[in-house]
Ligand binder design. Structure first.
Ligand code: NAP
Ligand code: G3H
Length: 484
């Protein structure tokens, strides 16, 4: 188990040496590279009994941390971001091995995270309250003044997914810390070593003992215990809709931030710049081999321009390289063989039901070659389910109403893209879509990280994004002055 106590054991050395950090029970999870099956490392499979003192420690440490001036909390974050930037090559290298994200995207995840932390540190200093006078309300004189401020919630439980073990950890941990919360961090098991490296950076930047507590272990073994722990005051989770809904069933009155799955549609209208649309769609659908909640996961194109759009898409898909993340291939092995099996199921279902395969349906274990399907129909699973892999279905539609209906019939509501040159039409469509964000003439994506990021329906609850996350991790506390 990893804990932020300088000088306790030789945890940092162990981590830097690439060795595991032992737990009292000695039980560990082994983490293998999705690329070649080699052992990347081992992390403690923490039991609830072992985790409990760390949650209690977090609650205790939070009281002192909240008293540290916001500018000093921000200084610690700035320092962490600087270390992260300095060590980006090493940490990106761990991401490459552990989650098979290609070198370029791994480096970009680390740099983006350093930027996110710097921005969060500054935003944390700008957290303000307000004062309200009673005279504004009917029947009241100017006899009362409410002065409210934002105060931390206490212990925030941060749970991150495998696809951004650093960035989607930082997007929870940094706002929680700058606002004066302490954190219990449960990393994804496949991603835990990257997450431990990242956590070590935060500690090295000067976080006091107990303010950040990293509890490794399988979510199914330790997750429910942490979520339900009475000293956990808030849960910030990114991951699948299935686990998110499960967590929501356990949290009772604890505030929740849930960022879950998606089935983002790219709607392409007749007047769209098809070349631009194709470039954005391919980048949006296939980066990190489609393992992004915001990936473009279906194209809804007007029948009249479908063939032309395909003419632009095909060379881009054909040009993608498939191979090892170390070699910077565009398409790299999926996180596990089971993930590959699931994508294959969706491909087989589409083939069986008559979709036209334009390219793909080639596989080597968990390495799935990019697949593009035309003439996908609404009875096919690929029209609705999130593959989390490099497969993109094209559904031809005849009207805008049909495109809007198919988009909204999804159980998900994360983002959608609309490609058109007519801004009036685009705004009309945007108003009708049940999603958190509509991208106009651009791919679906979360960043930049200070933008509001919201999922509706099975895609989530609450708003992420630097200032929004800080607000979600604080509450209003008011003092009312009565004048006599
Ligand atoms: P996942 O299986 O739901 O796991 C996410 C995290 O939850 C992991 O740390 C996992 O730990 C943990 N977990 C599992 N069971 C738990 C439980 N009972 N209680 C508490 N935590 C538990 O998701 P994933 O496979 O890592 O990520 C893929 C999914 O996440 C996709 O559906 C994707 O769309 C979604 N996602 C959404 C966003 C977004 O911002 N909307 C971003 C990224 C990913 P273990 O690793 O130990 O199982
Ligand atoms: O996987 C879900 C992430 O929130 C997506 O982030 O759009 O920056 O890749 P991204």
């Amino acid at each position: 188990m990893f804990r932020c106590i300088f000088g306790e054991g030789n945890i940092y050395k162990n981590l830097l040496d690439g060795r595991w950090v032992d737990s009292q029970s000695g039980k560990r999870d082994q983490i293998f590279s999705p690329t070649d099956g080699s052992l990347v490392g081992e992390v403690p499979a923490t039991t609830p009994e072992e985790a409990d003192p760390f949650v209690k420690g977090a609650a205790q440490a939070q009281r002192s941390w909240a008293k540290v001036p916001a500018s000093e909390r921000a200084d610690v974050l700035h320092k962490a971001a600087d270390i992260l930037e300095r060590e980006k090559e090493v940490i990106a290298g761990v991401l490459v091995r552990e989650i098979a994200k290609n070198k370029k995207s791994s480096l970009s995840e680390v740099t983006r995270t350093a930027d996110l932390i710097h921005f969060t540190a500054e935003e944390g200093k700008r957290l303000t309250g307000e004062s309200l006078s009673s005279g504004a309300f009917p029947g009241f004189h100017e006899t009362k003044l409410s002065i409210s401020n934002r105060v931390p919630l206490g212990v925030v439980l941060a749970i991150a997914p495998f696809n951004y073990p650093i960035n989607l950890a930082a997007s929870k941990i940094a706002p929680a810390l700058v606002a004066g919360n302490s954190v219990v961090f449960k990393p994804p098991t496949q991603g835990a070593i990257s997450a431990l490296y990242f956590s070590r950076v935060l500690c090295e930047a000067g976080l006091p003992a107990g303010v950040l507590n990293v509890i490794t272990g399988q979510g199914r073994a330790i997750g429910d215990y942490l979520v339900g722990h009475p000293l956990v005051n808030m849960v910030a989770f990114t991951g699948s809709s299935k686990v998110g809904k499960h967590i929501a069933g356990l949290t009772g009155m604890k505030p929740l931030l849930l960022e879950l799955g998606g089935k983002d549609a790219a709607i392409v209208l007749e007047d769209a710049d098809l070349s631009l649309a194709a470039q954005h769609i391919v980048a949006g659908a296939f980066s990190f081999s489609g393992q992004r909640c915001t990936a473009v996961k279906r194209i809804l194109v007007m029948e009249s321009v479908a063939d032309k759009l395909i003419g632009h898409l095909m060379p881009l898909v054909q040009a993608m390289t498939v191979g090892r993340p170390e070699d910077n291939a565009d398409i790299t092995p999926l996180i596990s063989e089971e993930a590959g099996d699931f994508v294959q199921e969706l491909i087989d279902d589409a083939v069986k039901k008559g979709a036209k395969l334009l390219i793909g349906n080639k596989r080597n274990k968990n390495l799935i070659y990019p697949a593009l399907f035309d003439k996908v129909t609404v009875d096919m699973r690929i029209a609705w389910e999130e593959p989390f892999g490099p497969v993109l279905p094209i559904l031809r539609v005849k009207t805008i109403d049909e495109a809007v209906k198919i988009t909204n019939d999804s159980e998900y509501g994360l983002q959608a893209s609309v490609f058109s040159k007519n801004i009036d039409t685009v705004f009309g469509i945007a108003a009708r879509l049940d999603v958190g964000t509509i991208q106009v003439n651009g791919k679906t994506e979360r960043g930049p990280d200070h933008f509001p990021f919201v999922g509706v329906k099975s895609s989530g609850m609450g708003t992420q994004g630097i200032r929004y996350s800080i607000e979600a991790m604080t509450r209003t506390k008011a003092v009312v002055l009565n004048f006599h």
